[in-house]
Ligand binder design. Structure first.
Ligand code: HDE
Length: 696
């Protein structure tokens, strides 16, 4: 009898983990199925009926199979993450393309061409594990690199700044944004009183508020978000010299976002929109990819910045320190099991290999404590590093012992250091930590905030003024939307009082959108905003890549649709790298003009156009007339129009377009002209926006 097979990198793990040697008892289910057993390996002959005293009598306590099964089930859940509870993750690799050997001795940043395995988890912040994928929220972007020198966790977000400057404020921030404790709503939303109450009393959050209200927080796909390590870290080279570094992930597909109405409708169309998108991309071989870029700067350069780089509410504009691309990350394998991997993965910003070190950013300093601590209750004890997804892929050894769920069997009598009794006990290594650049301690202790942290408005202004006009309008509308959900008038006013310090026109727009009788006084500040040069890198428009790769086109068809036209559109889309999904009123499809039945991928009522990047409507005149009375069909077309998507339609479909009040512009093309359609489908039709919505 063979021992169990271990899952190899790309092969799915066996459905059941049959450990150790068994005998024919364990194989007798037949057809290659292992026999069902209890957790003690006792073969189970009946998994359908519990043990009863008589056929209609009471169940017996003696039934150890029933008891074991129910007991295990009762304990299947662990506490969800206090933040970032909802997430999706994938395996992949990081490949260094440019050595940072001059700056760091970390091997992962020295060895060009070497592929280091990674496990990357994306998340929303505020919602629970079962909440939807598409609320307005920051996205977590956490990467665990399994390096040869131990695990390096780069635990970042898709926004390069944060709400607060000091970790001591984090519990307050999170309590304010989560559902309100007395009423237990709203779930996964910042649009409520407690959040705006807190941030309006916390001027340092204003820069982050600008980002949070921008289209960055309603991404189209996890494959189209940027990632940022946020804090400055240090790189330390062999000579012990230190260089500051900020880490940036840039998506190969470019940044793409939704429009707000689309994000709202996505919440009802598909709770799992981002998770499904990532799953489908990876399992169909369209592996998402990001570049890793760094900003490197010295202590002297940092001294000259007009802000403090240790303050996590600030970016370092690329005009001051340009980005250098040093590698790429490809996610190419979906986890075998959500709980074992995605749920149990434990990131910690304190996990860094020798050659990477921390800065004094007070937010980072607090995080260095929090992450290990939280796992003790979330994963139940100090041995969570032994869970496969968390275990380093390099050897690791020390004298830590015992504790709940110890999975290893350490050998020998020595569990302490120094020792002299055992030749193979682990010892310190000369090239291990500490690799720190020594920092002088000037002996002054105190709960103080450096004066260099006092400017809360200049970068908020820089961000807002750097955006393109449609993005500014979206940001203003988002503020109006969120503040309209705030019941307490003084909280609305206090927020607008900060906006006045950022940009007077923005404050007026928002006050007008809220129908405020008068503008409140600007918030008092000792450090008024300065005018920094624009930072074009904060925009999305202009930085989106007009690519079809990774986008999905929906084709709506019905009885009698033109078969050749559909085939042509599919072929052209496929050639351009887009995927296509067919939508029809019935999932079994419909008979096309050539008499053949084409099956649909989605039923019209359950597959609205929000899930697509562009749509084509190919209908016979009769079908268009029929669908003109079907609200799902009308919404399919009108939503594509108001969400600024390309629409291709044949002659037959025109009646439906008319009912859906689709206008005329460069994004509405004839279905016969596949080339024009695909060109329009590669981008959003921003010029259409003023026709379809009033922006604040
Ligand atoms: Fe986190 N954060 N955080 N955070 N964070 C957690 O750790 C915390 C912060 C981030 O996919 C928790 O394992 C404190 C900034 C991500 O598993 C917890 C502070 C950034 C994830 C925690 C911050 C992040 C977390 C909850 C202020 C961007 C999800 C569960 C000092 C740079 C990781 C857990 C995953 C998760 C604490 C602020 C990113 C409680 C105290 C800034 C992506 O430890």
């Amino acid at each position: 009898m063979a021992a169990s097979k271990k899952s190899t990198k790309n092969a799915p793990a066996p459905a059941t983990d049959v450990r150790g040697e068994g005998d024919e008892l364990h194989q007798r289910a037949g057809n290659g199925h292992p026999g069902l057993t209890t957790n003690q390996g006792i073969p189970v002959g009946d998994n359908q009926n519990s043990l009863r005293a008589t056929p209609r009598g009471p169940t017996l306590l003696e039934d150890f199979i029933l008891r074991e099964k129910i007991t295990h089930f009762d304990h299947e859940r662990i506490p969800e993450r206090i933040v970032h509870a909802r997430g999706s993750a994938a395996h992949g690799y990081f490949e260094l393309t440019r050595s940072l050997g001059e700056y760091t001795r970390a091997r992962i940043l020295n060895e060009v061409g070497v592929r280091t395995p990674v496990f990357t988890r994306f998340s929303t912040v505020a919602g629970g594990a079962g909440s939807v994928d598409t609320p307005r929220d920051v996205r977590g972007f956490a990467v665990k690199f399994y390096t040869k020198e131990g695990n390096w966790d780069l635990v970042g977000n898709n926004i390069p700044v944060f709400f607060i400057q000091d970790a001591i404020k984090f519990p307050d921030l999170i309590h304010a944004v989560k559902m309100e404790p007395d009423r237990a709503f709203p779930q996964a939303a910042s649009a409520h009183d407690t959040f705006w109450d807190f941030v309006s009393l916390m001027p340092e959050s204003m820069h982050m508020i600008m980002w949070a209200m921008s289209d960055r927080t309603i991404p189209r796909s996890l494959r189209t978000i940027e990632g940022f390590g946020i804090h400055s870290f240090r790189l330390i080279n062999d000579a012990g010299e230190s260089t500051f570094v900020k880490f940036h992930w840039r998506p190969k597909l470019g940044i793409q976002s939704t429009v707000w109405d689309e994000a709202v409708k996505l919440q009802s169309a598909d709770n799992d929109f981002h998770r499904r998108d990532l799953f489908e991309a990876i399992t169909t071989g369209n592996f998402p990819e990001w570049e890793l870029a760094v900003q490197l700067f010295t202590e002297e350069q940092a001294e000259a910045f007009p802000f403090d780089h240790l303050d996590s509410t600030k970016i370092i504009p690329e005009s001051l320190v340009p980005l250098t691309v040093i590698g790429r990350m490809v996610l190419d394998r979906w986890p075998d099991n959500f709980f074992a991997e995605t749920e149990q993965v434990a990131y910690c910003p304190a996990n860094v290999p020798p050659g990477i070190d921390f800065s004094n950013d007070p937010l980072l300093q607090g995080r260095l404590f929090s992450y290990l601590d939280t796992q003790l209750s979330r994963l139940g004890g100090p041995n969570f590093h032994q869970i496969p997804v968390n275990a380093p892929k390099c050897p690791f050894a020390n004298h830590q012992r015992d504790g709940h769920m110890q999975m290893n069997i350490p050998k020998g009598r020595v569990a302490y250091d120094p020792s002299s009794l055992q030749g193979d006990s682990p010892r310190e290594t000369a090239d291990g930590f500490p690799s720190h650049a020594t920092a002088p301690d000037d002996g002054r202790k105190g709960r103080v905030r450096a004066d260099s942290f006092a400017d809360h408005y200049s970068q908020a202004r820089m961000f807002f003024r750097s955006l393109e006009a449609p993005e500014q309008a979206h940001l203003a509308s988002a503020l109006v939307f969120e503040l309209s959900k705030v019941e307490t008038v003084k909280v609305r006013e206090r927020t607008v009082s900060h906006l006045r310090n950022i940009d007077e026109a923005l404050a007026k727009r928002v006050a007008d959108g809220l129908a405020m009788p008068a503008l409140p006084e600007p918030a008092a500040t000792q450090t008024p905003a300065q005018d920094f040069p624009k930072a074009p890198e904060v925009r999305i428009i202009g930085r989106t890549k007009d690519l079809l790769t990774g986008r999905c086109i929906g084709i709506l068809f019905d009885e009698g649709s033109d078969a050749a036209l559909i085939a042509n559109l599919r072929k052209a889309a496929d050639k351009a790298g887009a995927s296509v999904k067919l939508v029809a009123p019935k999932i079994g499809g419909a008979r096309l003009s050539d008499g053949k039945t084409l099956a649909a991928d989605g039923q019209l009522a359950g597959t609205p156009s929000v899930v697509f990047d562009a749509v084509a409507v190919v209908l016979s005149p009769e079908a268009a007339k029929k669908l003109g009375k079907e609200s799902a069909a009308i919404d399919f077309v009108s939503d594509a129009w108001v969400h600024l998507k390309a629409i291709a339609a044949d002659d037959g479909a025109q009646a439906l377009l008319k009912i859906a009040r689709v206008g005329n512009d460069a994004g509405v093309v004839e279905a016969e002209d596949a080339k024009a359609f695909l060109a329009a489908a590669a981008t959003r039709q921003w010029a259409r926006e003023p026709k379809v919505r009033t922006l604040s």
